[in-house]
Ligand binder design. Structure first.
Ligand code: BG6
Length: 471
């Protein structure tokens, strides 16, 4: 078995990380437009005010996608470009922009894959009722989603409702690294639950309206290893799984939270209220999701963490390898360095076989088609004197992950799409413009935003042309 005939070789982005034009054509402010301007919140004060200026240069970017032979392009809609205040009447300029983008993709034979929410909540809803902390968000989110379906579902057949709800809630409500920058475990679980409901009601609305497309959500998925076969390390891995990956995936795709996770949170008095109605809706939506979306970057190795052990430490946002310290929940688990793996400069474990293993677990656990909506290597790229970017390390990373996909397919995984992160270089939320992921280099340093194809561009082009045979 190998990649199916219509396999979607893709690449991905998100509105705030590429579009720029944050004040143009009636767009309202999102929480990131505000947060990135608070001193000390982002790497060297970087923000997405201009980003890649994709808003004005999308035709050029799509021409490059066409040249590459890209089968699908995953991008997100900016909620505040469509609804400047989050609710109310739609901004016609927002509709115009996304219609033009979608039409350009379709005209060039590229399947548009749309994410409804990639972290840029309308600031107006944060101000009105504290955003995700309130159940009110569910209705507003579903109304926004329905408007997107009404305007774009005639051409968009692949919908990702949420991007990494596990990351934006944990970074926003535990680690204080994303807006609103608080530390409150009960609130974190509550906001996550509201994302589950927003996702579930959106899936039901899409299905009830009878659109002929596919819908799901994307979770940042971290498969795990126990550090040793000592029972306390195996238990640590289990508790990480049921409060981490399975907490997120089961609630979205089975419609239930893992029992061990619930009893742990209940014992701490932080378990969110889950009404009987919520359960019904979650289960129904879970069963109706057409695919599981995962963003895969790395695995985690877990070890026992005593009650006086380490807490969550920050993330390596310096790009200095080896500066990430151990991090965990006292009494539950800690995540430690895996000596069997190489790491990136930002201390992310490089583990292609972890992708194969993770895909197989997902297949066993959820019996559903899978879309890899992100996978990629963040690295420092160097432009040579003759203007080339020889990113062999990126090719090596992607090649090994594509081979892992092929192995998973041969073991029965129904993989529909593989999207690299990212097509062009773009803004990393916490790491600025130095951490590059793209096939296309963007000159941020001189502010020209000139696009230059990297070596990996031609390599991925050949991969696509051969449907994965030539890696
Ligand atoms: C995912 C996000 O978490 O990882 C992307 O969906 C993000 O938006 C990507 O950019 C890479 O993360 P980072 O921190 O290296 O930019």
């Amino acid at each position: 078995m190998t990649f199916q005939k219509n396999f979607l070789w893709g690449s991905a982005s998100a509105a705030y990380q590429i579009e720029g034009a944050i004040n143009e054509d009636g767009k309202g402010p999102s929480i990131w437009d505000i947060w990135a301007h608070i001193p000390g919140k982002t790497f060297e004060g970087t923000n997405g005010d201009i980003a890649c200026d994709h808003y004005h240069r999308f035709q050029e970017d799509i021409a490059l996608m066409k040249e590459m032979g890209l089968k699908t392009y995953r991008f997100s809609l900016s909620w505040t470009r469509l609804f400047p205040e989050g609710t109310g009447s739609v901004n016609p300029e927002g509709i115009r922009f996304y219609n033009a983008l979608i039409d350009a993709l379709v005209d060039n034979g590229i399947v548009p894959m749309v994410t409804l929410y990639h972290w840029d909540l309308p600031q107006a809803l944060q101000d009105k009722y504290a955003g995700w902390a309130s159940r009110d968000i569910v209705e507003d989110f579903v109304n926004y989603s329905k408007a997107c379906f009404e305007h774009f579902a005639d051409r968009v057949k692949h919908w990702i409702v949420m991007n990494e709800p596990n990351i934006f809630t944990s970074l926003g409500y535990i680690m204080k690294l994303h807006p609103p920058g608080v530390h409150d475990e009960a609130l974190y679980l509550k906001t996550f639950h509201h994302t589950v409901l927003a996702h579930a009601y959106t899936v039901l609305a899409y299905k009830e309206a009878g659109y002929d497309g596919m819908i799901g959500s994307s979770i940042a998925y971290t498969p795990t290893y126990a550090a040793t076969d000592r029972p306390e390390d195996v238990k640590a891995k289990h508790m990480f799984d049921v409060t981490g990956p399975y907490w997120f995936l089961d609630s979205y795709f089975k419609g239930i939270y893992p029992a061990d996770g619930m009893s742990y949170y209940a014992s701490k008095g932080v378990m969110p209220d889950v009404d009987p109605d919520d359960e019904l809706v979650m289960r129904k939506a879970g069963s109706l999701c057409d695919f599981i979306g995962i963003n895969y970057y790395q695995t985690a190795m877990l070890a026992h963490n005593p009650v006086d052990g380490v807490s969550f430490s920050g993330m390596n946002t310096s790009g200095k390898k080896g500066t990430q310290s151990e991090s965990g929940v006292p009494g539950l688990y800690k995540q430690i360095h895996n000596p069997n793996l190489e790491y990136t400069d930002w201390d992310w474990a490089i583990d292609p076989d972890g992708l194969r293993y993770g895909l197989e677990i997902l297949n066993e656990r959820y019996h559903r088609p899978i879309i890899i909506s992100e996978n990629g290597l963040g690295a420092y790229d160097v432009v040579t004197e003759d203007g080339k970017i020889e990113d062999d390390y990126r090719i090596d990373f992607l090649r090994k992950h594509i081979i892992a996909c092929e192995e998973a397919i041969s073991h029965g995984v129904n993989l529909l799409a593989y999207c690299t992160w990212s097509f062009t270089d773009l803004l990393s939320w916490l790491n600025g413009y130095k951490k590059r992921y793209g096939f296309v280099h963007i000159d941020f340093e001189n502010g020209t935003l000139t696009r230059t194809k990297k070596k990996s561009f031609d390599w991925y082009k050949a991969v696509i042309a051969s449907n994965g045979k030539e890696v």
